[in-house]
Design a binder for this molecule. Structure first.
Ligand code: HDE
Length: 689
């Protein structure tokens, strides 16, 4: 779909704007230019002339380069790739895509943060958007999901309030890309239905190590409909091949200073070097009868379906193998709409999803300025499309003939009468006659079955490992410490008591506040079985694949040893980065070695593990350089493996490193340790509540 960047625009046959190899610089109208350095002046030192249409066109276009950023999910990173069906499911859906194992279609994915504006950082504590365009032979299917399986609210009517509350506060315009402020917690503490999602947002899942290491969820219950018209409910899941992994909070904070583009750079670089990120695609399926028996409502987007109850069945895989050619044309102009479905995939009555169904079309018109946004290359279907919709701003299609209405009988006159609906193959809405829906009344009402706000929040918290529970408590203490309205803190503590008494007590202690009086919930929380699938640490995949290991060297380090460690790390699937105090070339034993990163500009927060290959003299000298001391002490407190030779000892001591199983020599034990983190170290480096 994309064109080579060497080509430039010119007007071609039939009036279509297309690309051809062109080395001549022209105006937008194709007129060749003689000078792109000087504007047209009245005399050598005189004023610029109004007549300078070349200058005017260039500046006019520049002045309008920005379009409104997305109200949510403004900061995003995109990538192209393909989806492949690994298990056909014709019994469940008539979608042609899923009819045969091996079927493939191109995809475009946009990952995003939610709260921050376009220029914010990549690593705030936040939900991540995971939006996929499947360009199928039956039209574009968009699965616009997140990296957490539930959401804050049950009804679309609360979305503007939620987003207003989390965005920078209305009077002061800060904080940017942060939920740690009064208005967010004010709102959230008044919305008990948010508590389950709050647990997720305060967990390590909100601090991804890489976009290549996040899970994805369709969140809502959807339907699959087969050729016989039978409907099956479905939840969609993406699982990263590299395993889901998070950073420490302190690490995420420091990364945002060291590299605000950490995630987009990581995604771009991995794809550019052929290390293609991959996800498996899975479904949980169930029917009305099963749904009716659950203690929660499957239409309630604040609930998940435990995998212990319905396992995820893998039916596909997605590989991202191409970076965008142009961020604006593709990632920025990509328009996602949950309404873009294909025959065989349908909505449920989830009231949050129902609200999304009309919201996204409005957004695209307001952001892209025209009803013809679907014609932009990134949004256009790759299958044939035809209808009688015409005209509108920035119409780029040139429909031929007289037929712009239907029915018509132009065919009978030998003319092209245009396309016709296909009763057999076309999309039909599933006739949902479930008696639980009771469509006989119009009501502004919340179903009774949506009333339990705490059971799953409790299940999530109790499914975490001890260190993960401590992280949730620490995140809540951090966020609430930024809240200045004391009654909001008190109210949040009351909500937390319904999630878990121990958690509430830890947070109260961490704030040095008394535990609030418990509030009686509308529905008393139940104790569900904890689920191992909800813990990142329990699911952790110990692999070096896709990770980055830093090798710190300096004058006198041994080139042969560096090279041999480098190749052992690379053999295990990681990339390496050579780091030294100066980049140009340092005299080492056996030659001169240039570094890829300068020590002060490459803190260890940007790496998964570090190796210190230093002579004793170099290490002693580096004890006087805070960037070197921080490099080591941060790796230690961020629970990373540190491999080192004898010479590095003075620097380890200065950095306060205490030996444990993550502090290794530079042999195979380092390669093994580098694939892990060491949470057991945490209590000695951080006073968690
Ligand atoms: Fe969105 N959401 N959303 N959302 N959403 C947008 O659409 C909205 C919700 C999600 O990379 C907007 O084109 C409403 C849930 C993603 O371009 C907007 C409601 C989930 C993206 C919008 C929700 C999402 C968006 C902003 C409540 C997870 C980024 C720009 C009814 C399942 C897509 C745009 C991209 C984007 C509205 C709730 C995911 C304003 C009204 C729940 C991943 O239309």
């Amino acid at each position: 779909m994309s064109k080579s960047s060497k080509e430039s625009a010119s007007v071609g046959k039939g009036g279509e704007l297309h690309q051809r190899a062109n080395t001549v610089l022209t105006t937008n109208h194709g007129m060749p230019l003689s000078d792109n350095q000087n504007s047209l002046r009245a005399g050598e030192r005189g004023p610029t002339l109004l007549e300078d249409f070349v200058l005017r066109e260039k500046i006019f276009h520049f002045d309008h380069e920005r379009i409104p950023e997305r109200i949510v999910h403004a900061r995003g990173s995109g990538a192209h790739g393909y989806f492949e069906v690994t298990k056909a499911i014709p019994g469940l859906t008539k979608a042609a895509l899923f009819s045969k194992k091996g079927n493939q279609c191109p995809v475009f994915v946009r990952f995003s943060t939610v709260a921050g504006s376009k220029g914010s950082k990549d690593t705030p504590r936040d939900v991540r958007g995971f939006a996929v365009k499947f360009y199928t032979e039956e039209g574009n299917w968009y699965l616009v999901g997140n990296n957490m399986p539930v959401f804050f609210i049950q009804d679309a009517i609360k979305f503007p309030d939620l987003i207003h509350a989390v965005k920078p506060e209305a009077d002061r315009g800060f904080p940017q890309a942060a939920s740690a402020h009064d208005t967010f917690w004010d709102f959230i503490s008044l919305m008990p239905e948010a508590m389950h999602m709050v647990m997720w947002a305060m967990s390590d899942v909100a601090l991804p190590r890489s976009l290549r290491m996040i899970e994805g969820f369709g969140v809502h219950t959807f339907r699959l409909v087969n050729a016989e018209g039978k409907s099956t409910f479905v939840k969609f899941h993406w699982r990263p091949k590299l395993g889901a992994q998070a950073t420490c909070w302190d690490e995420a904070v420091k990364i945002s200073g060291a590299d605000p583009d950490y995630h987009r750079r990581d995604l771009w670089e991995a794809i550019a070097k052929g290390d293609f990120p991959e996800w498996s695609f899975g479904i949980q399926t169930f029917d009305e009868a099963w749904a009716a028996k659950q203690p929660y409502d499957v239409l309630d987007p604040t609930k998940l379906i435990p995998e212990e109850d319905i396992p995820v069945e893998v039916i596909g895989r997605m590989v991202l193998d191409r970076n965008p050619d142009n961020v604006f044309a593709e990632t920025e102009q990509a328009a996602f709409l949950p309404t873009n479905i294909i025959p065989g995939v349908e909505f449920s009555n989830d009231p949050l999803l129902q609200g999304r169904l009309f919201s996204y079309l409005d957004t695209q018109k307001s952001r892209l300025g025209t009803t013809n946004f679907h014609q932009l290359p990134i949004n256009a279907p790759i299958c044939p499309m035809a209808n009688f919709q015409r005209d509108g701003m920035m119409q780029t299609a040139i429909p031929k003939g007289r037929a712009n209405y239907e029915p018509n009988s132009l065919n009978e006159a030998g003319e092209y009468g245009g396309p016709r609906a296909q009763p057999d193959r076309g999309f039909r809405t599933f006739a949902d006659n479930n008696e639980r829906n009771d469509p006989t009344e119009k009501l502004r009402i919340r179903a009774e079955s949506f009333a339990d706000h705490f059971t799953q929040a409790r299940m999530f918290y109790r499914s975490q490992t001890v260190p993960e529970q401590a992280h949730i408590a620490a995140a809540l203490v951090f966020e609430l410490s930024k809240v200045q309205l004391v009654h909001v803190r008190t109210r949040t503590l009351a909500q937390l008591r319904n999630v878990d008494e121990d958690l509430a007590q830890r947070v109260a202690d961490g704030l040095a506040m008394p535990l609030s009086k418990a509030e009686t919930p509308a529905f008393s929380p139940q104790d569900m079985k904890p689920s191992d699938k909800l813990s990142l640490m329990k699911k952790f995949v110990p692999t070096l694949e896709g990770r980055k290991v830093g090798i710190l060297f300096d004058e006198g380090s041994d080139l042969a040893e560096i090279n041999s460690l480098k190749s052992a790390i690379e053999k295990a699937g990681a990339t390496t980065m050579l780091i030294a105090p100066k980049v140009g070339g340092i005299k080492v034993k056996g030659g001169t070695l240039a570094a890829e990163g300068q020590l002060a500009g490459t803190p260890s927060v940007l790496l998964d593990a570090v190796a210190l290959m230093l002579t004793k003299d170099a290490a002693t000298k580096l004890c006087g350089e805070s960037a070197a001391v921080d490099f080591v002490s941060d790796a230690f407190v961020h629970l990373k493996a540190i491999g080192h030779d004898e010479g590095a000892q003075p620097l380890l001591e200065k950095a306060g490193v205490v030996p444990d199983e993550g502090i290794t020599s530079l042999d195979s034990s380092f390669i093994k340790a580098a694939a892990r983190r060491f949470p057991a170290r945490e209590p000695s480096v951080r006073m968690l509540p």
